[in-house]
Design a protein around this ligand. Structure first.
Ligand SMILES: [Zn+2]
Length: 125
């Protein structure tokens, strides 16, 4: 299990880089995944993997592939956030226009954030 072309320390460095590449396999971007594969190649080429490394790489690669397949089965793009955009709905703290008090149904004049009839305010509500 000794490297023919380089010392064990160099192989350890390559292993560290390869492990970093393993994490890149879980990235969303395919270019990042490809970069992860590229990072793994030097370690795979310079010396034969130990049994532990085979298990580490094998399990991680299988997990990465499973994640990709899992993502594909539910669509090409995973929903990062559910952000229903409603630009027409005024914000609760929008005091630029007269509003209707939610407590007494009275009218709140523009520029005020507090109902003059019952004292209800946006801050408290
Ligand atoms: Zn009111």
């Amino acid at each position: 299990m000794t490297a023919a072309v380089s010392g064990p320390e160099f192989v350890d460095v390559l292993l560290f880089i390869a492990v970093a590449g393993l994490f890149l396999l879980f990235a969303r971007d395919w270019t990042v995944r490809l970069a992860g594969v590229v990072l793994m190649l030097p370690r795979l080429l310079v010396a034969p993997l130990t049994l532990g490394e085979v298990l580490l790489f094998g399990c991680t690669v299988v997990a990465a592939i499973s994640r990709v397949v899992y993502g594909w089965s539910f669509g090409p793009s995973e929903p990062e956030r559910e952000a229903p955009e409603a630009p027409d709905v005024p914000e609760p703290d929008d005091v630029s226009e007269p509003a209707v008090c939610v407590a007494c149904r009275g009218s709140i004049p523009a520029g005020a954030n507090k109902c003059p009839q019952c004292g209800w305010s946006y801050a408290a509500g």
